[in-house]
Design a protein around this ligand. Structure first.
Ligand SMILES: Nc1ncnc2c1ncn2[C@@H]1O[C@H](COP(=O)(O)OP(=O)(O)OP(=O)(O)O)[C@@H](O)[C@H]1O
Ligand SMILES: [Mg+2]
Length: 486
């Protein structure tokens, strides 16, 4: 049956949640920015509304004041009229006219408001009606003043006198107070609305700030979690690196132990072979030489031809015995076993210098030194291979050898003034001389260094602890060679 469910596969969900986790700080940051910008827009809109509402309230208060002023000016107009009728003083007539002028100015200002579109049609109609009533009232008052005056008055400033019926004062007052009440209500309403808007914008600002604080807390918490995770990964990597280092060290130790073991085995085998050659081949050659010498003595006079052949056989046997000795000496340097390292090195260097026509510069201690047996063998073999290489490749005229012991360390230095070793030679893997020397020295906890000399030739430096530190972790060597087994 086909599964037509729309739910995402676990892989997709995990990927999605991973994506969200990785980008949560970016999401939180974006939301915080959107909220902040949105909040600023809302607050700015609220501020504009509050300002407009204050403006309306102030305007309504102004209009209320002007309407009150108009009411009091109308009272003053009536007072001036009554005063003139009683006293007939010109000043009262002038006061009447001045008040009428101020009333008209006031009407003009109010007219700008009512006709400016801010008042509704009923208010505009009421205002228009009041203006008409006031004009009638001024006209009727001016006519009454003219009639009562003993001589004609100059009332041009009051406008046209009219005999029309004076307006009903109560109607004007009522309409004025109606308009005043309207404006006061409008002012109050605008003030209430602005207070409500202030409360809302304060709440809005507080809410947005709280939301932002929550988002920032989440953001920092998330950052903390990510930093923790990174630190954990880093710790794990460091642990793995340490484990790897340990493994490499362990393997290196095992390889060094193996090298040490192989050298010990090789030295042992060489010793055994040398002994066999000495005991078996030596005995056979010596016995043959004695027999041939006896036969030669017997036949010397009777058969000179055979004697000549025997004499040649004797010479060949001597050569064989000398060759056997050289081979044995190479494999089993008896001089090292019998006379110690310093004498063995001196003999080795002297013989090599003689064979190759080198000038030899030797800096060897005057007396023999006591070193660990394995260290002596290693140093002797290094010197042997270095001098062999110099003879094979250096084309040198001068060779120097130096041995120094100090602070628990022994240093061997062999240098020639030949063509010098090439950098590529140091990396060769198919030859065994350099590699063997390096391994031999490392197996005993020492340092081997070979480089081109300055200005020419090759320099070999070996530094080793005077007591071998080679300690095979497994017992690879059942019988380590003893000094006497060299
Ligand atoms: N004293 C030296 N002067 C110049 N070149 C040298 C010297 N010693 C070594 N070399 C160069 O370094 C190379 C490596 O020497 P190494 O002793 O490892 O090998 P090898 O002597 O050629 O062979 P093996 O020792 O295995 O019989 C040599 O082939 C030679 O080119
Ligand atoms: Mg070599």
């Amino acid at each position: 049956m086909l599964n037509v469910s729309n739910t995402p596969e676990p892989g997709t969900a995990a990927r999605l949640s991973g994506w969200m986790r990785n980008r949560s700080w970016a999401i939180a940051m974006t939301v915080a920015i959107v909220i902040t910008v949105g909040g600023l827009v809302i607050l700015e809109t609220a501020r504009e509304r509050i300002a407009a509402e204050y403006e309306t309230a102030l305007e309504a208060r102004d209009v209320t004041v002007q309407l009150s002023t108009l009411a009091s000016q109308l009272s003053r107009l009536s007072a001036h009229q009554s005063d003139f009728l009683l006293t007939k003083l010109n000043a009262s007539a002038q006061g009447f006219c001045a008040t009428a002028t101020r009333i008209r100015q006031n009407e003009q200002q109010l007219g700008r408001f009512y006709r400016g579109g801010k008042a509704d049609s009923v208010e505009l109609a009421s205002f228009t009606q009041i203006v008409a009533l006031i004009e009638a009232r001024i006209g009727a008052g001016a006519a009454a003043l003219q009639r009562a005056a003993p001589q004609p008055l100059d009332l041009s400033a009051c406008g046209n006198a009219s005999d029309a019926n004076p307006a009903d004062a109560t109607l004007v007052d009522n309409t004025l107070s109606l308009l005043r009440d309207n404006e006061e209500r409008r002012a109050q309403h605008a003030l209430d609305a602005s207070r409500a808007d202030q409360r809302i914008s304060t709440l809005c600002a507080a809410g947005l700030s709280a939301l932002n604080i929550v988002l920032f807390i989440l953001l920092f918490r998330n950052l903390g979690i990510q930093m923790d995770r990174q630190a954990r990964v880093q710790r794990r990597l460091i642990t793995q690196q340490e484990e790897l280092d340990q493994l490499v060290n362990e393997r290196t130790r095992q390889l060094e132990a193996l090298g040490w073991h192989l050298q010990a085995v090789s030295e042992n085998e060489k010793t055994q072979l040398a002994r066999e050659l000495h005991d078996e081949l030596g005995a056979i050659l010596t016995a043959s030489k004695m027999d041939v010498a006896w036969a030669n003595r017997k036949l010397k006079d009777s058969d000179p031809d055979v004697s000549e052949k025997l004499r040649r056989a004797l010479a060949n046997l001597d050569q064989g015995i000398a060759l056997k000795r050289r081979i044995i000496e190479d494999m089993r340097p008896t001089v090292l076993a019998n006379f110690g390292l310093v004498t063995a090195l001196r003999t080795l260097a002297d013989e090599a210098a003689q064979r190759n026509n080198w000038t030899l510069e030797s800096h060897l201690p005057a007396d023999d030194i006591q070193l660990d047996e394995q260290t002596e063998i290693a140093l002797f073999r290094v010197a042997q291979e270095s001098l062999t290489n110099a003879a094979k490749y250096a084309r040198a005229s001068k060779v120097s050898i130096a041995l120094r012991v100090e602070d628990g360390q022994v240093a061997l230095h062999i240098a020639d003034n030949g063509v010098g070793i090439m950098p590529a030679d140091l990396k060769r893997t198919h030859t065994h001389g350099l590699l063997g020397m390096r391994q031999r020295v490392a197996a005993h906890g020492g340092r081997f260094d070979i480089r081109r000399g300055v200005p020419s030739g090759t320099d070999i430096h070996v530094v080793m602890p005077s007591v071998s530190t080679a300690t095979p972790s497994v017992d690879l060597s059942p019988s380590a060679p003893s000094r006497t087994s060299l």
